[in-house]
Design a protein around this ligand. Structure first.
Ligand code: ZN
Length: 131
């Protein structure tokens, strides 16, 4: 199952980061950015995550998923649009097929909450301020 291997990878990354951090006793939550086009079903991922966490440092941790909408830009006319689902990948203005996918394929940990407070995962991308 696709979602199960993603869940295992997420757990592996968090465990590694927790080990580096030292005194982490438990993980409360993991925040994951999931692009609309990443091919992940959030409900299935939550389910797998819960199963895979059993017996690890992450047991009982909550998986929070942020869905990132897919956006594309047309190379010839620079028009930008939300690709939607199923994705529309040719330009709605000029019908050009040369497009850049700006977002929507994300699949990364953007934050982890340890037992002692919110700590960024050292291996992840910079964490955007949301509030
Ligand atoms: Zn165009």
């Amino acid at each position: 199952m696709h979602e199960m291997s993603i869940a295992m990878a997420v757990i592996g990354q968090v465990e590694e980061a927790a080990e580096r951090a030292g005194d982490v006793t438990a993980v409360r939550s993991v925040r994951l950015q999931v692009g609309e086009l990443a091919g992940v079903v959030p409900d299935a991922l939550s389910f797998c995550f819960e199963l895979a966490c059993a017996g690890t440092l992450l047991e009982g941790a909550e998986l929070v998923t942020d869905t990132v909408p897919g956006r594309a830009r047309c190379t010839p006319c620079a028009h930008e649009w939300a690709v939607g689902m199923p994705p529309l990948l040719s330009c709605p203005l000029c019908d050009g097929g040369a497009t850049d996918l700006l977002s929507g394929r994300e699949l990364q940990i953007v934050g982890v909450q340890w037992e002692d407070g919110r700590t960024p995962v050292p291996t992840a991308q910079p964490i955007p301020e949301e509030r």
